[in-house]
Design a binder for this molecule. Structure first.
Ligand code: MN
Length: 387
């Protein structure tokens, strides 16, 4: 019995850039999972929740889910799924997973209540205990009614956080899950890859297929190919290649950031990566922000990076772009000076001095002086008015 274990595909997400291009990434890597299932000739895909990113998926999220799952059905491979919190509507509305089931593209084992039963896959029986997402209190009640399936091959499929992950929130420990006598425990909810075992039973989180934020970003992503035979169970990892990579850079200055970016070989990326950087040592309004912005614009226009977010914690500013569908908090030199001085005549005068100067340090000193010295501004204002 060959199963492909996947979870947290979050179809419909477009984080972090909120662009159409980014949304397509999530569909593409899901389609790659389907390719792997067909290539490996698995008996079923077991999806452990958060198939969709939103319990009310958009038409395009349904469109791409249908397209991929139809290919799987045509290859005669079942798609078994339990609901994660993202697949669960908050009200009494229908789970989007039920739509997939109605059109014959998925077997939904559990949306709110656990389920135990036996599924026939290409003539072989697989016993499954399916546990959908529940909050940490609710799961204690749900787990009480869980029974062991009556079949010789048995797996658990659940969407929950194990206490063993040592995260601030957790649902159950492996002890509380009571998993004696199963061959494999397939899990979802945790977006990282995590493998352990419990009395010889593999306990596996394959992790999400795309990253929704920088913490979730990794250079490698996998799905688990699970072979349950008479002799035991073997887990083989299949690498995914279609997800977008992230560049995470911590530098102390803007100059260092530009230097580091200059050293990167962008041709090694299948898709232009997402850049997240933190520049720790920016203490005041810094003219190099403009230089960095120009450099990043050049990189995005040249197709080297797809999106950037540069944080400067000391002055709590953020450069984000490219400015397509996202809002941005980039402060240009002109707006900084206008906001600082208020008087249009005075700010024009100061701007003409700044722009006429090649001495970056002098200009920075001037701006910082103006920012910290009300008196000076008053004097300058008087000067402008007497002219
Ligand atoms: Mn998730």
């Amino acid at each position: 019995m060959l199963l492909l274990h996947v979870s947290d595909t979050h179809l419909g997400s477009n984080k972090p850039s909120k662009t159409r291009e980014r949304e397509l990434d999530f569909y593409e890597v899901f389609d790659e999972v389907i390719d792997i299932a067909i290539r490996e000739g698995v008996d079923a895909i077991i999806h452990c929740g958060d198939l969709f990113d939103d319990p009310k998926p958009s038409p395009q999220a349904y469109f791409y889910a249908f397209k991929s799952l139809r290919r799987l059905r045509e290859a005669g491979i079942d798609f078994l799924v339990v609901a994660g919190q993202h697949d669960q509507p908050k009200t009494s509305a229908l789970s989007p997973l039920r739509v997939l089931e109605e059109v014959g593209l998925a077997k939904v084992l559990a949306t709110f209540e656990p389920w135990t039963g036996v599924i026939k896959l290409k003539g072989n029986e697989l016993g499954i205990t399916a546990i959908p997402y529940a909050d940490p209190q609710g799961i204690q009640e749900l787990i009480k009614v869980v029974k062991r399936p009556n079949a010789s091959k048995r797996v658990v499929m659940a969407h929950l956080l194990l206490k063993e992950l040592n995260l601030p929130v957790a649902h159950l420990s492996l002890n509380e899950l009571r998993i004696i006598d199963y061959n494999y425990v397939a899990l979802g909810d945790y977006h990282g890859r995590y493998v352990t075992n419990y009395g010889g039973i593999p306990i596996v989180y394959p992790g999400s297929t795309e990253a929704q934020d920088s913490l979730d970003s990794r250079d490698e992503r996998f799905v688990a190919l699970v072979d349950i035979g008479r002799e035991g169970v073997a887990v083989n990892w299949v690498k995914l290649s279609k997800f977008r990579r992230w560049l995470i850079i911590k530098s102390s200055t803007y100059e260092e950031l530009i230097k580091r970016l200059g050293e990167i070989n962008f041709s090694e990326f299948l898709k232009p990566p997402i850049l997240y950087a933190e520049v720790s040592n920016v203490k005041s309004v810094n003219l190099n922000a403009k230089r960095v912005l120009d450099y990043l614009t050049k990189l995005t226009q040249g197709g080297k990076i797809s999106f950037y977010n540069i944080k400067t914690p000391n002055i709590s500013e953020e450069l984000e772009g490219p400015q397509r569908e996202v809002t941005t908090s980039v402060s240009t030199l002109d707006s900084v000076v206008h906001n600082l001085l208020k008087d249009p005549k005075l700010s024009e005068l100061v701007l003409s001095i700044i722009k006429g100067s090649d001495d970056v340090e002098f200009v920075e000193a001037l701006i910082n002086q103006l920012m910290n010295d009300r008196e000076l501004i008053n004097k300058l204002e008087k000067l402008v008015k007497t002219k």
